[in-house]
Write a protein that binds this ligand. Structure first.
Ligand code: CP
Length: 297
């Protein structure tokens, strides 16, 4: 994808993508499933995580190793990097970028990836920036929809903490490239920020999963309450996906979740074949290989 790579030295926001970029990355991710990709031989990728992660960090690191590269990692940078001694993100990025060929960064500040990209002389990949964006998650989400449903122009119900959930903030930006209908399911307090509504003109808001199911969504995308980002007295989760919801869901619909999950997605749902979330997590490996291949030259 030379065109995408020219425009994207860094991967900061889903605003950077055109529809053809998304589709080429989906094609590249699909190829990675059964074609050897040793694109990162003799390359070193730094994974610098200031917030907890299971899937994003490990799938990026697994992707690097599969591609013949090496990883240097700081999985708990708040505690175990010199950030604990007062070093700024900018100074850390300046140092780390001289040790590697790309930096995969997760940080609690919304503008962290942008700040890092201004300093780094290697590609910066946003692996989660505060409550703002998580673009590689959105790419693997669309890859999953394409694999499961064969197309992306569908009806989506986005459920949960749409205010602080960075995965949905990135996802709506990508859905805006398609002809989609979106049902936003949350209480008022946790509704999607107004500035994101422009990406999904064909959308409406409801309070409950029950109301959303009346619109017969093809994709139900559940998210957890981002409890680390809002005051403790608001901790209640108002929308839990139940067996009754499962019975009302279209037979060919899919249920997605970026994970980690909490009470909004009971484990009893896992046995249903429409539960696509473990397949979704696996798809992260193939999509992150595609992203690394395009950005690391
Ligand atoms: N979906 C996601 O970002 O998961 P992790 O926090 O485990 O990386």
């Amino acid at each position: 994808m030379p065109d995408l790579q020219r425009r994207l030295m860094h991967l900061i926001s889903c605003n950077q993508f055109r529809k053809e970029d998304v589709e080429r990355l989906i094609g590249s991710a699909e190829e990675n499933r059964d074609r050897k990709n040793l694109h990162l031989q003799h390359k070193t990728i730094a994974t610098l995580f200031y917030e907890p992660s299971t899937r994003t960090r490990m799938s990026f690191e697994a992707a690097v190793y599969r591609m013949g590269g090496n990883v240097i990692s700081n999985e708990d940078a708040t505690q175990s990097s010199s950030s604990a001694k007062g070093e700024s993100l900018e100074d850390t990025i300046r140092m780390v970028s001289s040790y590697c060929d790309a930096i995969v960064l997760r940080h609690p500040a919304d503008d962290s990836s942008e700040r890092a990209a201004q300093i780094a002389h290697v590609p910066v990949i946003n692996a989660g920036a505060g409550a703002c964006e998580h673009p590689t998650q959105a790419l693997l989400d669309l890859y999953t929809v394409w694999r499961e449903k064969g197309k992306i122009d569908l009806c989506y119900a986005l459920v949960g903490d749409l205010r602080y959930g960075r995965t949905t903030h990135s996802l709506v930006r990508l859905l805006g490239l398609y002809n989609v209908k979106v049902i936003l399911v949350s209480s008022d307090y946790f509704s999607l920020p107004d500035d994101l509504l422009k990406f999904i003109p064909n959308c409406h808001k409801v309070d409950s999963i029950d109301e959303a199911l009346e619109c017969e969504p093809d994709v139900v995308y559940l998210t957890r309450m981002q409890r680390e980002r809002f005051p403790p007295h608001l901790k209640r989760c108002s929308n839990v996906f139940s067996e009754e919801h499962l019975n009302r869901l279209k037979k060919d619909a899919i249920i997605m979740h970026p994970f980690p999950r909490n009470e909004e997605l009971p484990k009893t749902i896992d046995r249903d074949k429409r539960a696509a979330y473990f397949r979704q997590s696996e798809n992260g490996l193939w999509m992150r290989m595609a992203i690394l291949k395009e950005l690391v030259k």
